[in-house]
Each structure stands twice: as structure tokens, then as C-alpha cells.
Ligand binder design. Structure first.
Ligand code: AMP
Length: 519
């Protein structure tokens, strides 16, 4: 193929093999308002074949791009694998994106078709009209929204179901995930079939104790790399069961995990915090056997509380969209090293480089703080049609992550913070994650975020936004607690009590949105 001498490889093989090996087993359970929906591995592949046949009848071919804007419902999984099985490329769209952002994604990716839920069409419908994209609808469409050309159900009856996955080169693009990376408009990170399949394999072989009889929590958004690869593809590759939750709220999530006997919980730190809060008013505990946190720093107090409350080890890991996503994880079977995101995964190199040196990698000695750079099978194939941005992100074959961190003698990675979230107060570096970790240790604090605000004298001032627990008198006790534990140049000078923290589409706290507020 393509003169590379490689065989074929396609992410969609995951559902083909799933149907061959586990035909009658439940692949996906979905909690919808009208009850629990169950899809077996056999049914999943039949639905994928039918949808792929319909897309093919509409002209979708190998290499074409198809956008998908759906919540965590089974149709996301069907659409994802239907597109891939044709050798076409999936372009998932963040569910919170507005018309302008969706227009950007549709035009940048050149997607000819958009598969979207009725609700998403309020914003995505006009964007599809603007870009001349054909819309395939899922579920009821609200009044006043441009009507889709066809529903996914009807489309699935239009063509001849696909017999077999279309052959693709392992290095062909499989997905384009738009990520804001540094600044400016989101860029499309291209994920290859090879990197995505290898991630699922490494997750199963090396990283997690994922067993065929596991029931895995599916509350991480599937349009984001973490949910897509580590939850969806990995669980289906293993032949286990995913319990999808279309909209995360902690009380529902906790009840669902109890009812469906969920054994593995994967989430971003805000989900761990929210689940712990929900556990204060509910005595029921799901049978969690293992848990994984990633996407942002997990305060060590939260890790400890979760392990005690839910009697399950928590493995903190680190990754990003451009690395498909996993870079490092605390190993299973041994206690997590507090504050560390574990050693690099199998086949991946992590190096700490001088962040000030441009165009090449200048490694720093062990223990020194610098920019985390990564190379290995997990790397993306660049930003879509943006060689300049790709070249800027790469040096000497390594991806510059934009994260600041260090390595221990035995190869454990510690993330200090994201380069751009660093606060510079009186010329001193202040790292928000460190302070957030201390804040979370105080019993009055339900959640907290630290950020810098421009200041005429200090350059930047350290602010903290905190959500207090019921009964907490104010922030005085919290302030004293933090001042006791961190150096004077960095403790937060200004506290803001808020009802909730602003969260991005993948559940991460948006520190920059807090910083931009008019306090
Ligand atoms: P995304 O591409 O949206 O997945 O965002 C990737 C970024 O999330 C990384 O570059 C890190 O800044 C951050 N991140 C991911 N995992 C962790 C972690 N365990 N601790 C701290 N930051 C993290």
C-alpha cells in the first residue's frame, strides 16, 4: 500500500473484531430519559455497516472528512466507526461550540457531511448552511432550526450495508480533533489509525487492569481525545462494556455507577471532585476497582479522598490531543506517587528541554524544570493544512507540549504547570496547580482555581476563585491555612467566592476565563 510495504490497519477493526468475538455481549449501555438502552457488539457492527452504506451512497469515500457533533449517545459511536470503516476521516466537534467556531471547523476540515444531534443543530445548522455542508440529523430537531437533509436512521436504509472495512494505510488520517492548543483559533490535530490503535493496545497491555467483564464509566465527552481513545476505543478493543452518560452531573453519575455496577471510573479532576461532593449526601458506593484521572492536575487531597471514599486506587495520567492522547500514567498495582503523572508509557520518550531554546531540543539534567517534549508512536501527524503551526510545535522529532515539568531519576514525570498559565508576580514564578493543590486540602473548599490578574505594581497578582462547602464562614480560615504552607511571594492575595467554576467542554477549569473577568 502506498509503497510503504505496510499492511492495512483501521480503527474500525475494533468494532469488526468486537462483533466476531463478543457478538451477544453488551458493548454500550446508555442512560437516556426514556430508560436504559443496550447495544450488543453484534448490533453495533450491524448499525455501523448500515450507516456506512448510507454514507457511501451519499458519496463519502476514503480520505473524505465527515464532521460529527453529538453528545455521548450510541449514535456517536455508530457515526464514528461508520466514517472510519469507509476509510474516511472523523472530525468531532465540541458540543459547546457556537456557530462561528463550527463554521471554522467545517470550512478548515472541508467536511462534506455533518452528523449532528437536533440540539446541536441550533448552532451547527446555520454553520452547515454557511459552508454548504450536508446535514445528517440524530433525534428530534427543535423549531426554527434548518432541517437536516436526512436522518441517520433513514440514511442507514439508503445504501447497501458495508461488507468489510475499506483498506487504509496505518499512517492514514483517522481523526481531526480541533484543539485550541496555545492561542488563536482552534487547530485540527490529525490522528492516524496507527497511533489510535496503538494507544488502545498500550492502555490494555500496560496501563490499566481493564478486564473483559469490566463496566466502564462513559461520562467523559467522546468528542474529546480522552473519552474517545481511552474510554471508547480502549473499552471496545477489550470487549468490555461502556455505560454512556449524555450529560455529566455528579448525582446522576453516582446513581448510574451504583445501578450499573460500574467498575472503572475515568474522568477529569472536576469529575472526581464533583463525585466526592455527591458522595457526602449519598451512602451508596459503586463497585469501582480502578480509576484514572487525566486532562488537568489532580490535587493530591482529592486523590486520597477518592481512594478512601470509593475504596479504589486512582492512577493519574498525562496526555494531550496531539499525543493521541496518553504520554505517561502512574503504573497500576502500586500506589500512585502524589503529584506525579507517572513514567512515560511503553515506546514513548519524555525529555525535559530548555524552554527558551527555539528550533531544537536542548535536554536538561535530571531534576531540572523545563519544557516537557515527547516522541513516539503516539504523536499526531501534524495540524491539518497548517505546516507552519506543525513546524512550530515540533523540534528534532519531538513535540513541544507547552507544559513545564521535571523528571525524577527513575523517569517519573511531574508537571509543574502549563507554560501559559504560569503567573509572574514580582518576577517570581507562581504555579497555579501547586496552590490549587494546597487549597483543596482545606475542608471548607469544595473546588478552587488560581489565576493571575494584571497588576500595576507586581506585574501580576495571584487570585483564587473558590467554591465553599455549605457552612463555611468565608475564606479567612482558608487564607490562613494556605499562608501557613506556602512561601510569602506566592500565596493568593485576593479571594473570590463563587458558586461554580467555569468549565470547558471537556470538563477542565477555564483559568483564563476567570482571569479575564472584571473582578
Ligand atoms: P487537551 O489537548 O485538551 O487534552 O489538553 C492537553 C493539556 O492538558 C496538556 O498539555 C496539559 O497542559 C494538560 N494536562 C493533561 N493531563 C494533565 C495532568 N495530569 N496534570 C496537569 N495537566 C494536564
Amino acid at each position: 500500500m502506498d509503497g510503504l510495504g505496510l499492511g492495512t490497519l483501521n480503527v474500525a477493526t475494533i468494532v469488526v473484531e468486537g462483533a466476531r468475538r463478543h457478538r451477544n455481549k453488551t458493548a454500550v449501555l446508555t442512560a437516556l430519559p426514556d430508560g436504559l438502552h443496550e447495544t450488543s457488539y453484534g448490533e453495533l457492527w450491524e448499525q455501523v455497516r448500515a450507516a456506512a452504506g448510507g454514507l457511501r451512497a451519499r458519496g463519502v469515500e476514503r480520505g473524505d472528512r465527515v464532521a460529527v457533533m453529538l453528545p455521548n449517545v450510541p449514535q456517536f459511536i455508530v457515526a464514528y466507526f461508520a466514517v472510519l470503516s469507509l476509510g474516511a476521516v472523523v472530525v468531532p466537534i465540541h458540543l459547546l461550540f457556537k456557530r462561528e467556531e463550527i463554521t471554522h471547523v467545517l470550512s478548515r476540515s472541508g467536511a462534506g457531511v455533518l452528523i449532528a444531534s437536533g440540539t446541536a443543530l441550533a448552532e451547527a445548522g446555520p454553520a452547515a448552511v454557511d459552508t454548504g455542508t450536508t446535514v445528517v440529523g440524530v433525534g428530534p430537531v427543535p423549531d426554527g432550526v434548518p432541517v437536516p437533509a436526512v436522518s441517520l436512521d433513514d440514511l442507514a436504509t439508503e445504501g447497501t450495508p458495508l461488507d468489510a472495512v475499506v483498506g487504509t494505510n496505518p499512517l492514514d488520517p483517522a481523526t481531526v480533533l480541533f484543539t485550541s492548543g496555545t492561542t488563536g483559533a482552534p487547530k485540527g490535530a490529525v490522528g492516524t489509525h496507527f497511533a489510535l490503535v496503538e494507544q488502545a493496545n498500550v492502555c490494555i497491555i500496560d496501563l490499566f487492569d481493564l478486564r473483559e467483564d469490566d463496566v466502564v464509566f462513559g461520562g467523559l465527552p467522546l468528542f474529546h481525545t480522552f473519552g474517545q481513545t481511552v474510554v471508547m476505543n480502549t473499552t471496545l478493543r477489550r470487549g468490555a462494556t461502556i455505560v454512556l452518560l449524555p450529560r455529566f452531573d455528579a448525582a446522576t453519575a453516582l446513581a448510574l455507577c451504583v445501578e450499573q455496577r460500574v467498575t472503572a471510573f475515568l474522568g477529569v479532576p472536576t469529575m472526581f471532585i464533583a463525585l466526592l461532593e455527591a458522595s457526602r449526601t449519598s451512602a451508596e458506593r459503586p463497585p469501582f476497582r480502578w480509576a484514572v484521572s487525566g486532562g488537568a492536575a489532580l490535587p493530591s487531597a482529592v486523590l486520597e479522598r477518592f481512594e478512601t471514599t470509593f475504596r479504589s486506587p486512582v492512577q493519574e495520567g498525562y496526555g494531550m490531543t496531539e499525543t493521541s492522547p496518553v504520554i505517561s500514567v502512574n503504573p497500576r498495582g502500586v500506589p500512585s506517587r502524589a503529584g506525579s503523572v507517572g513514567p512515560a508509557i511503553w515506546g514513548v520518550d519524555v525529555v525535559i528541554a530548555d524552554a527558551e531554546v527555539e528550533g531544537r531540543i536542548e535536554p536538561l539534567p535530571v531534576g531540572e524544570v523545563g519544557e516537557i517534549v515527547v516522541r513516539g508512536h503516539n504523536l499526531f501527524a501534524g495540524y491539518l493544512d497548517d505546516p507552519e503551526a506543525t513546524a512550530e510545535a515540533m523540534a528534532d522529532g519531538f513535540l513541544r507540549t507547552g507544559d513545564v515539568g521535571l523528571l525524577s531519576e527513575d523517569g517519573y514525570v511531574t508537571i509543574v504547570d502549563r507554560k501559559k498559565d504560569l503567573i509572574l508576580r514580582n518576577g517570581y514564578n507562581v504555579y497555579p496547580s501547586e496552590l490549587e493543590s494546597v487549597l483543596h486540602r482545606h475542608e471548607d473548599v469544595a473546588s478552587a482555581a488560581v489565576f493571575g490578574v494584571d497588576h500595576p505594581v507586581h506585574g501580576q497578582e495571584v487570585h483564587a476563585a473558590v467554591v465553599l462547602r455549605d457552612g463555611a464562614a468565608g475564606t479567612e480560615a482558608v487564607d490562613a491555612f494556605v499562608q501557613d504552607r506556602v512561601a510569602a511571594f506566592k500565596y493568593p492575595r485576593v479571594y473570590h467566592v463563587v458558586d461554580s467554576l467555569p468549565l470547558g467542554p471537556s470538563g477542565k477549569v477555564l483559568r483564563r476565563e476567570l482571569a479575564a473577568r472584571d473582578w
